[in-house]
Design a protein around this ligand. Structure first.
Ligand SMILES: *[C@@H]1O[C@H](CO)[C@@H](O)[C@H](O)[C@H]1NC(C)=O
Ligand SMILES: *[C@@H]1O[C@H](CO)[C@@H](O)[C@H](O)[C@H]1NC(C)=O
Ligand SMILES: *[C@@H]1O[C@H](CO)[C@@H](O)[C@H](O)[C@H]1NC(C)=O
Ligand SMILES: *[C@@H]1O[C@H](CO)[C@@H](O)[C@H](O)[C@H]1NC(C)=O
Ligand SMILES: *[C@@H]1O[C@H](CO)[C@@H](O)[C@H](O)[C@H]1NC(C)=O
Ligand SMILES: *[C@@H]1O[C@H](CO)[C@@H](O)[C@H](O)[C@H]1NC(C)=O
Length: 509
């Protein structure tokens, strides 16, 4: 177990949970609302059918409440993992036949892929901007066969117990799920398979890809590569504190948000970076990269400041910068930056710093819809209801807080250490990050990559163009990193055409 990753996520949980809006997907499914008796021990009957005959397929979705368009070809229902576990899936073949097949992996950990289907890249969209289900002109089915899954077990419509508590359990469940998908849709076996994960979906994607390649049965599937959007690439310090000043400088330089940074702030950060040893790391983050590991300073991250900040939040005390400078005695520059953003925008959401108080987090048509019985019936999301109770319904908020807690507590090794360098020897790996994302800093991702060796060299050689108003792409030795200045954490919903462009240029080829 990697303690650092554990601490990183835990701190997100502790720190940001109070400000989670209901939408888009965040882990907010309280333990008490889920009655997980041993629902999973009741197998859901799996009909046998002939997949080449569309109309005979019981998973075919034939109508959706309140949707008045012409329904695209769509299948949903359950795939079997181990021990009777049933994983909910949605499969949408490409609009025009292609040899690409993408499996989308939602983050959290513990948020349902069904959320991504309706709010990020599926053929039908339902979100605060679309109060009824409508056709999505930016559906990824324009260029790929697509599958979304509610995983790990316990997430979304994949209810039951015991919950998946570790990355390795989730990984073996995924492998079984995929096998059961191929048994239902054997023609997909010939398609080039890509995994694309968002946020914690980076961890799913990296470990699932690794497991796929070593599975004797799935090894024959042509694997195309791994896409990672707003991924978790390192521990809290490297991902979010060491480069916080660099992240803020970029936001300011681009006029994206905190355009009024005072000399006072710069001076404070400069002193903090010196005191904490961050300045030396930033200096050593070069292009081309040094061919030696960049040491990480040993610092105190006591988080004492965040508690006070939270207090200030709840008192709706506007606070001020001088006060903040006095409060931050440790090296947690991420929390300090969060406070600066908060001073500018009291409705600041770490997932997209440009969302302001006009963003109504209670405007959540999607989970209301997915908790409707008539919708569940049409999606074939019918399962052991008697064993489950939730104040919101079976789907809840789409994110299972218990799954989140267990996966985070048990941790996982860093994907840049354990999975990516090996994967990238044979397959393309492409990262996309957004400058407006303050949940996982792109600067920290780039630092982590400059400190990683793949295909014989450490880091990127080319100098990124930090002055471009759009962002940049570095693409070397099978690994690409793209920064977009236009998006936050949920890139596909913010700028769908950019994300499609990124996918096609850097991953699908
Ligand atoms: C739980 O599962 C066991 C073993 O499958 C079964 O014997 C038992 O009846 C189940 N309990 C409930 C409450 O469903
Ligand atoms: C599936 O259906 C198609 C067309 O209806 C038929 O040609 C084929 O033989 C069937 N396959 C199986 C395994 O039943
Ligand atoms: C922004 O800058 C102006 C002029 O430098 C200053 O008067 C104002 O107080 C600043 N606003 C904030 C929010 O810092
Ligand atoms: C760089 O990688 C080494 C291991 O190769 C690690 O010990 C060190 O902490 C990393 N540095 C940063 C800044 O993450
Ligand atoms: C970290 O905090 C401890 C206890 O507050 C203190 O003794 C130590 O000097 C601090 N270390 C650094 C590097 O600031
Ligand atoms: C949970 O479900 C079981 C089986 O259906 C039921 O016996 C039990 O009363 C339920 N518990 C709660 C707290 O709803």
């Amino acid at each position: 177990m990697n303690l650092a990753v554990h601490v990183l996520l835990l701190s997100f949980l502790l720190y940001t949970v109070h400000s989670f809006p209901a939408y888009p997907p965040y882990p907010i499914y309280p333990r008490s609302s889920l009655n997980s008796s041993n629902a999973s021990s009741v197998p859901i009957p799996q009909p046998s059918y002939n997949s080449s005959s569309k109309a005979m397929n019981p998973d075919l979705v034939t109508s959706l409440p309140e949707y008045s368009g012409s329904l695209p070809e769509l299948y949903s229902g359950y795939l079997s993992a181990e021990n009777f576990k049933q994983i909910f899936y949605t499969f949408a073949p490409a609009i025009t036949p292609t040899d690409k097949f993408i499996v989308w992996l939602q983050g959290g950990p513990g948020c349902a892929g069904t959320l991504g289907f309706f709010s990020e890249n599926g053929p039908i969209i339902l979100d605060p901007n679309h109060q009824t289900p409508q056709d999505n002109p930016n559906s990824w089915t324009r260029f790929a066969n697509m599958m979304w899954i509610d995983q790990p077990f316990g997430t979304g419509y994949s209810q039951g117990s015991p919950l998946a508590s570790t990355v390795s359990i989730a990984t073996s469940d995924f492998i079984q799920t995929l096998k059961s998908f191929y048994a239902k849709f054997p023609e997909m076996k010939e398609k080039e398979l890509y995994l694309v994960g968002e946020s914690y979906g980076s961890v799913w994607g990296a470990y699932f890809a690794q497991a796929l390649r070593s599975d004797p049965e799935l090894h024959a599937i042509p694997f195309g590569g791994l896409g990672i959007i707003s991924g978790l690439l390192s521990d809290y310090e490297t991902q979010n504190t060491i480069t916080a000043s660099m992240w803020l400088d970029h936001v300011n330089k681009m006029g994206l948000y905190y355009t009024n940074e005072s000399a006072e702030v710069s001076t404070f950060f400069a002193a903090k970076n010196q005191q904490c040893g961050y300045a030396e790391v930033l200096e050593r983050m070069q292009f081309p990269a040094e061919q030696t590991p960049i040491p990480k300073p040993r610092v105190n991250l006591t988080n004492s400041f965040s508690k006070k900040k939270r207090q200030a939040d709840s008192d709706s005390d506007s606070g001020n910068i001088k006060e903040a400078f006095q409060m931050i005695t440790d090296c947690d520059t991420y929390t300090l930056t969060d406070f600066l953003l908060y001073l500018k925008n009291h409705c600041m959401i770490t997932y997209d710093i440009t969302l302001d108080c006009s963003f109504n987090s209670n405007n959540d048509p999607l989970t209301t819809y997915l908790n409707r019985k008539d919708v569940q019936k049409q999606l074939h999301a019918i399962h052991v209801e008697s064993a489950l109770t939730s104040s919101k319904g079976i789907f809840g908020n789409g994110c299972n807080y218990d799954v989140y807690g267990d996966i985070v507590k048990n941790g996982a090794p860093s994907i840049l250490e354990e999975a990516i360098p090996e994967l990238v020897q044979n397959y393309k790996v492409s990262f996309l990050a957004g400058a407006l994302d303050f949940q996982l800093l792109w600067t920290g991702s780039l630092l982590a990559l400059q400190n990683t060796t793949w295909n014989g060299w450490q880091g990127f050689q080319e100098i990124p163009d930090l002055n471009s108003p759009f962002g940049f792409t570095l693409d070397e030795r099978n690994l690409a990193f793209t920064l977009s200045n236009k998006v936050g954490h949920m890139a596909p919903s913010k700028d769908p055409s950019m994300v499609i462009d990124w996918l096609q240029k850097t991953l699908l080829g």
